[in-house]
Design a protein around this ligand. Structure first.
Ligand SMILES: Cc1cc2nc3c(=O)[nH]c(=O)nc-3n(C[C@H](O)[C@H](O)[C@H](O)COP(=O)(O)OP(=O)(O)OC[C@H]3O[C@@H](n4cnc5c(N)ncnc54)[C@H](O)[C@@H]3O)c2cc1C
Length: 598
């Protein structure tokens, strides 16, 4: 089977056979996921939810490290580390599934997440055999705690503008690091930092493996934060910190590319974690709504509450579907590269990079689903949602960071479209221009009535139209504004959201189609999944119409504006479903199961 190229979902036709769907997790993967999930539920519950909600790393560090070490003893810190260095070396998709499970540990998960992701993957992917044997076994057992130090007070989204300097000493044996890093997760107790700094007057960053024991390092106080209070976040100061020359990670000036590549992995992992949190929170809302009575009946009976439950389930399901579709594609790609003779760690890295567009889209999707969910779950709980004892306000506070780190959602929206444009125009990996040329012919066909609305014909066509809308609008606006388009960020954001909806809608359709073809599917789930597809498509069309019109009005006037609006309306005709009934049916399915139902 040939692997699709990253971003190519926009121009290619994908068959259900080509995608992975979550119903295909095998027993081993499910067991692993449940072990991690149950571990965290038990650990957090044994603390007591009210206490967990009030944990603060500056006073509860021993407790946090106790949970960390218990998790490490079960192997959780080594999920992505090669077996020869003491890890589990799980395939990429399974590692995403574990991130979903990890989310049940609230912000304890951030500690382990930083250890298994940004804190260690630079060594997994870029380390020499010597560096790997020196650091990875300890990271896998949790004996070495790891952190990733990229951000600086003046260099956040613009990470390559960092001022931390590395100077080689006269003997040529050590780099001396001087500078200040900020917002470093695990900073309060990390033994090893992946530090990004510029060697002398280099233009680009280099990366170093820096042990706290090297000296010249001062750790700042724990930051006082809105949420993820069980996660350590500090500044880290370097003053002439001597780093052995051999601890340069990767190539000189290769650090910025490394940082970006590691962030690709971090973004999709963050999405999987956000979905785990969303499922957990949705289940809490369903349980509460089913037992809480007002006006003589469970609040779950009210349409206003069903709206929220239906919407939450739909949003989680669509983002989840696209996440594991992508994770599987990453695994396929890395197998393909290994078959061509590439080293496993290099192949994995290249494979994630291939799907950088999807990773950026999913980071936005997952974090925004989570924020929607925690807000509505709190609302379902009414006053009890506001109380510390239920733990709901904890989830609400913890969720907010996901739109900020691993690249803010603004940056990820911009990046998804920029990367797609680069692959279309510069590297010519995606034939967006060819696809654009076919748009006039395609539009004429849309003027003909649907041949048949039977089966999924209408949905298939509307999803194709969402993709075509992106191609039409990016082409028309791009032709007019040329390179000025990058400064029109509002328009790029509009495009990013249309792209994301096309991706999630297509993934949801493919999951449904694949599932419907199996004999082993659960009929009630399948029915709800069809309703989810319809509801998501209905909402996507409404929103895409608005985003499209906003974008058109941002650059066109008069006849040009009217023509573009007309073409948009051809691509996005009315999709006649009953959204109220769809949401109710999805909510009823979840309420009957007493949990997030899939
Ligand atoms: C709790 C926490 C943990 C963290 N952990 C780590 C860690 O372990 N390691 C690490 O290195 N970093 C970490 N970070 C840093 C995090 O990655 C940055 O906060 C993030 O990248 C944003 O940078 P900034 O805070 O400087 O915001 P800024 O870059 O100043 O952004 C401020 C606002 O401007 C917007 N903006 C910026 N540039 C643009 C642009 N070009 N176009 C449009 N909008 C733009 C942003 O989207 C944002 O809304 C952490 C942060 C927090 C809060």
């Amino acid at each position: 089977m040939t692997t699709l190229k990253g971003g190519a979902f926009l121009t290619a036709t994908t068959s259900p056979k080509q995608v992975f769907i979550p119903e295909e997790w095998n027993d081993e993967q499910t067991l692993l996921m449940e072990t991690v999930r149950d571990f965290f539920i038990e650990e957090v519950h044994s603390i007591g939810i009210e206490k967990a909600a009030q944990i603060d790393v500056s006073k509860d560090l021993p407790l946090i490290l106790e949970v960390f070490h218990k998790a490490a003893a079960l192997g959780f810190c080594g999920v992505s580390i090669e077996e020869e260095y003491g890890g589990m070396d799980l395939d990429f998709n399974t590692s995403l599934y574990l991130m979903e499970a990890l989310a049940h540990g609230f912000s304890f998960a951030t500690t382990i997440g930083a250890q298994t992701s940004i804190g260690s993957l630079p060594i997994v992917f870029y380390g020499t055999p010597e560096q790997k044997s020196q650091y990875l076994p300890g990271i896998a057992t949790g004996e070495i705690k790891a952190a990733y130090a990229l951000t600086e007070p003046s260099a956040g989204s613009d990470a390559n503008s960092g001022k931390t300097k590395a100077t080689l000493n006269a003997a040529g044996t050590h780099y001396h690091l001087t500078g200040q890093k900020m917002w470093i997760t695990n900073g309060g107790f990390a033994d090893v930092f992946i530090v990004f700094a510029k060697i002398e007057d280099d233009k680009n960053l280099s990366a170093f493996i820096v042990e706290k024991a090297f000296g010249g390092i001062t750790i700042g106080k724990e930051e006082k934060k809105l949420g993820i209070k069980a996660s350590s976040t500090t500044q880290v100061f370097f003053e002439d910190c001597p780093v052995p020359k051999n601890n340069l990670l990767g190539t000189r000036e290769g650090g910025f590319k490394m940082a970006l590549n590691i962030l690709n992995t971090g973004r999709i992992k963050l999405c999987a974690g956000a979905l785990g949190g969303s499922k957990f929170a949705t289940t809490r809302a369903i349980e509460y709504a089913s037992q809480r009575k007002q006006f003589g009946q469970p609040i779950a009976d009210f349409g206003a509450i069903k709206y929220k439950i239906g919407e939450m389930v739909m949003r989680i399901h669509t983002a989840e579907t696209a996440t594991y579709r992508t994770g599987f594609n990453v695994d396929q790609k890395s197998k393909e590269l290994m078959a061509d003779g590439m080293k496993p760690s290099e192949a994995k890295l290249k494979a994630v990079k291939e799907f950088a567009i999807e990773c950026a889209l999913l980071k936005v999707a997952g974090s925004e689903v989570l924020d929607y969910v925690v807000d509505e779950v709190l609302q379902v709980h009414g006053g009890m949602g506001f109380a510390v004892e239920t733990g709901i306000e904890l989830g609400y506070r913890d969720a907010r960071i996901t739109r900020i780190y691993e690249g803010t959602n603004e940056i990820n929206r911009l990046l998804s479209v920029a990367e797609l444009t680069k692959r279309a125009i510069k590297t010519k990996e995606i034939d967006l221009i060819g696809a654009g040329k076919k748009i006039p012919g395609y539009l004429i066909k849309q003027l003909l009535p649907f041949k048949s609305k039977s089966g999924l014909n209408q949905e298939r066509r509307l999803i194709e139209n969402l993709k075509k809308l992106f191609i039409l609008l990016s082409g028309a606006a791009g032709n007019k504004l040329k390179e000025k388009m990058v400064d029109e960020q509002e328009m790029v954001m509009n495009l990013a959201d249309i792209l994301n909806m096309a991706f999630l809608a297509e993934s949801t359709l493919l999951r449904y189609e694949k599932l419907a073809q199996t004999t082993s599917h659960n009929a009630e789930n399948l029915k709800a999944q069809h309703q989810i597809l319809q509801l998501y498509l209905y909402e996507s069309i409404q929103l895409a119409r608005k985003l499209g019109e906003d974008l058109i009005s941002s650059y066109a006037t008069g006849t040009e504006r009217r023509t573009m609006n007309w073409l948009t309306s051809i691509l996005l005709p009315k999709y006649n479903v009953n959204p109220k009934e769809l949401r109710r049916a999805i909510a009823n399915h979840a309420i009957k199961k007493g949990k997030y139902p899939f």
